[in-house]
Design a protein around this ligand. Structure first.
Ligand SMILES: Cc1cc2nc3c(=O)[nH]c(=O)nc-3n(C[C@H](O)[C@H](O)[C@H](O)COP(=O)(O)O)c2cc1C
Length: 375
């Protein structure tokens, strides 16, 4: 019987399914619910020291649906990080750890470009017993105006400096969460790993404009008639997330062996998760999927992942982690491989072509007849 249990950066989790930072980890009640339903770990909604600066609007979501089935496959949000006070979060981190001593609780944190602020937020969260950190260097809207989130994640030099401040004080594992809104995700990946972060999480949402309402002629989500570009998530982003995880995993394999990767973006099933693990992820995160399907969806995800493992006779996640990574190459190499394969096939065909009656061979008779039919 295969097992989903795994240990990542010293954190022992019952399965690789992690609640991604966002509404599904927005307070102690819902985080408790996630542990009750069997999630492997929970990352809280991103917290900062001064929540008074965080002012949300409504509506802040807009969704794309399939024309045929009506199912939601694309989701834009212009939601900011948590608007709940840091003191409240500190109390709730303690409560959550008291009630779920074995549950792995990861604090998602974000601060301004200020070393003391980063030292303070890490130190005060650690005192509550949180198990690890995820650095939100990637929120694409609202926070960059304060030079936070994606404003840091898009600049490898600043990213390396800020991750370095965190690593000066953090005693627990630290994952840096990448923005996909860059040309080469390898650059911020290297910067964070050079600074000493144990892992990378990829990806945050993709900067987007979901659409324009053809009645009101206003872009969505419309707030008092206006909008601002937001972050795109859900099923539609999965292929982009897979590509970026492949690129991050390649950097880890070739330059930083032993560091870890948490994959995110459009994961809704155990078979989606299997693909991220095949490309080198240690864990997988789900955010929008939980908003669509509820916390219980982890049950079917676990069953589907186990069924995939049984089918291939994999006993542990390590048996197939990164298995599909070596099958990426350059386009020029694909052309070379195809030319070689075609030449080999032609040689085989030519070998079977009968040029004189004496060459007929009883063993390959059907192939030889076929070759003569195809010429
Ligand atoms: C409504 C909403 C709020 C989010 N808030 C945060 C956040 O506070 N911090 C963060 O790091 N990521 C946040 N995210 C990004 C998700 O954690 C995740 O990276 C992204 O949505 C892609 O994964 P998904 O398709 O499973 O949602 C948010 C996403 C959504 C949809």
């Amino acid at each position: 019987m295969p097992t989903l249990e795994t240990t990542v950066d010293g954190l022992k989790v019952p399965n690789p399914f992690v609640i991604g930072s966002g509404p599904p980890g927005t307070n102690a009640n819902v985080i408790g619910k996630a542990f009750d339903e069997g999630w492997g770990a929970v990352i809280c909604k991103t917290v900062s020291l001064d929540a008074e600066k965080v002012v949300n609007v409504q509506p802040r979501y807009a969704r794309l649906r399939s024309r045929e089935s009506g199912e939601i496959y694309g989701w834009e949000n212009i939601e900011l990080i948590s608007d709940r006070s840091f003191e409240t979060w500190i109390d709730e981190f303690k409560q959550i750890k008291d009630r779920n001593p074995d549950g792995v609780l990861i604090a998602s944190i974000m601060e301004e470009y200020n070393q003391d602020a980063w030292h303070e937020i890490v130190g005060r969260c650690e005192e509550t017993g949180v198990d690890a950190f995820e650095l939100n260097m990637s929120c694409p809207h609202g926070l960059p105006e304060r030079r936070m989130g994606a404003a840091m994640g898009e600049n490898p030099d600043i990213l390396e400096e800020v991750c370095g401040w965190v690593m000066q004080v953090a005693k627990r594992p630290v994952w840096a969460k990448m923005t996909p809104n860059v040309t080469h995700i390898e650059d911020p990946t290297r910067a964070s790993l050079r600074a000493g972060c144990q892992g990378i999480a990829a990806i945050n949402t993709i900067r987007s404009v979901l659409g324009v309402d053809l009645e009101t002629l206003r872009p969505e989500p419309t707030v008092e008639g206006y909008t601002t570009p937001g972050g795109y998530s859900c099923q539609a982003v999965l292929p982009i997330a897979l590509r970026m995880c492949m690129e991050v995993a390649t950097v880890i394999r070739d330059e930083f062996p032993g560091r870890t990767l948490s994959g995110i973006g459009g994961i809704e099933t155990g078979r989606d998760a299997a693909q991220f693990i095949l490309l080198g992820c240690d864990t997988v995160q789900v955010c929008t999927g939980v908003m669509k399907m509820g916390y219980r969806c982890v049950q079917s995800m676990k069953e589907e992942l186990l069924a995939f493992m049984e089918h291939h006779k994999f006993e542990t996640l390590a048996d197939f982690r990164g298995h599909s990574l070596p099958y990426f190459t350059t386009h020029a190499d694909l052309v070379k491989r195809q030319a070689e394969a075609r030449a080999a096939k032609k040689a085989e065909h030519d070998k079977k072509m009968i040029k004189a009656d004496a060459e007929w061979d009883g063993d390959d008779f059907v192939d030889q007849t076929d070759a003569l039919a195809r010429g």
